[in-house]
Design a protein around this ligand. Structure first.
Ligand SMILES: [Zn+2]
Length: 325
């Protein structure tokens, strides 16, 4: 990166920080491993290329994550004839006999043509260098190199990062934490970023009787209760939006545990901001206790961005780092 880039964007590409205070938690380039998923693939003669591409477009075009993966692999067999191997869909999405029936109906192959599916292991995460892209392409399945995804992602993320707003809500969470007399002085605020409106806020309420009411869970419960009340009032019983916190921002004083990080994922938040890492139970940071980086897992059906505040101006109430959050 040039000095101008850094000055203009306030991004440190080595540390993944914005304004030197907000660290975007993303995979370390050097430790990135392929996250492989099994896909159905079918072998066909090249003359069926346009038919199979139409089939994929019509039946599986919503599979956006496949943009980095080539759909078709050209393979030379022992008799030096080319055939195509075409990637259809993840194995877990469809049983083989259902897919074979669909393909038989669609393709104009002869009636005695034996259509067989094989499985291919495909990396769903993007390789972070051209060399890695080539290596994974050879080892697993051909991938498309579209430039360093880290730089693209971090710039895209920066565009939506309003420093003043983030700091305001983190301060609010700190104030809640500092005024809490609970044994776990942890606070969470959930915000609708489009309306810039607080949707829920809570301190930790866990007790011997109910050890599960962490501040994140308490906020999600508040939003669920409000949604139930809203629907009841309107007589609206349709489940139009099952994702309670769709694209909301979550500000919390301490890195969430696995339960809370998963609950945020299931309610489909957009971004998580936390201040203190939880070295034993944290489920977000690369070096946190669980080392899950749950917000980025390719094997789950949603991802969210996560930032840790690494400045020294915002201080929530002190907490033993071994305690669960
Ligand atoms: Zn928790």
């Amino acid at each position: 990166m040039t000095a101008l880039d850094t000055a203009t964007y306030h991004i440190n590409y080595q540390k993944y920080t914005f304004y030197d205070e907000y660290k975007r938690i993303q995979p370390n380039i050097k430790t990135t491993q392929p996250q492989l998923t099994k896909f159905w693939s079918v072998s066909l003669d090249p003359k069926y290329t346009s038919e199979i591409l139409r089939f994929i477009k019509q039946k599986f075009s919503a599979d956006d994550y496949l943009k980095q993966i080539k759909r078709i692999k050209k393979v030379m067999d022992d008799s030096k004839h080319f055939h195509l191997e075409i990637l259809i869909c993840p194995v877990q999405h469809m049983e083989s006999h259902v897919l074979i029936d669909m393909l038989k109906k669609w393709l104009t192959t002869p009636s005695d043509f034996e259509l067989t599916l094989t499985t291919a292991s495909v990396p769903l995460n993007k390789p972070y260098s051209k060399e890695l892209c080539m290596s994974w392409s050879q080892l697993y399945w051909p991938l498309v190199w579209k430039g360093n995804p880290m730089v693209q992602e971090i710039r895209e993320s920066y565009k939506n990062f309003k420093r003043g707003t983030v700091e305001r809500y983190l301060k609010e969470a700190c104030n809640l934490s500092n005024s809490s007399i609970a044994s776990y002085p942890i606070a969470t605020i959930i915000v609708d970023p489009i309306k810039d409106q607080v949707m829920a806020s809570s301190v930790d309420k866990r007790s011997g009787e109910d050890p599960m009411i962490h501040s994140v869970m308490s906020c999600i419960n508040q939003i669920a209760d409000n949604e139930r009340r809203r629907r009841k009032k309107l007589g609206d019983h349709k489940e139009t939006n099952n994702y309670l916190c769709l694209n909301y921002d979550v500000y919390t004083t301490h890195e969430p545990c696995t339960m809370c990080a998963m609950a945020l994922l299931h309610s489909r938040i957009g971004r998580l901001f936390f201040i203190k890492p939880s070295s034993v139970t944290g489920a977000i940071g690369e070096n946190s206790g669980c080392k899950y980086m749950i917000h980025l897992s390719c094997t789950l059906n949603w991802k969210y961005e996560a930032f840790q505040y690494v400045g020294d101006r915002l201080q929530p109430s002190k907490l033993d780092s071994s305690l669960s959050v």
